[in-house]
Structures are given as C-alpha cells and as structure tokens.
Unconditional design. Structure first.
Length: 41
C-alpha cells in the first residue's frame, strides 16, 4: 500500500511541474505577441 501512495505522490508532483511549465509557456507566448504588437505599431 505504501508503494502506491508514493507513486500517487510522484504523479501529483509531476502533474504540478507539467502544469507550471504549460503556464510559463503560455505566459511567454502572450509576452511575445504583445511585444510584436507594440513593435509593429
């Protein structure tokens, strides 16, 4: 039973890290779009 709990914790941490990565990527994309828009004006 303990091994299963460890795996679930690891999966939760992994999901959290992946989620953070996706959020950062989305932020970067929005920043690039804003920068391009500002420079294009």
């Amino acid at each position: 039973a303990e091994e299963i709990a460890d795996v679930e914790i690891m999966m939760a941490q992994l999901r959290h890290v992946v989620g953070d990565t996706l959020v950062e990527r989305e932020k970067a994309r929005k920043l690039e779009r804003m920068r391009g828009w500002v420079e294009g004006e």
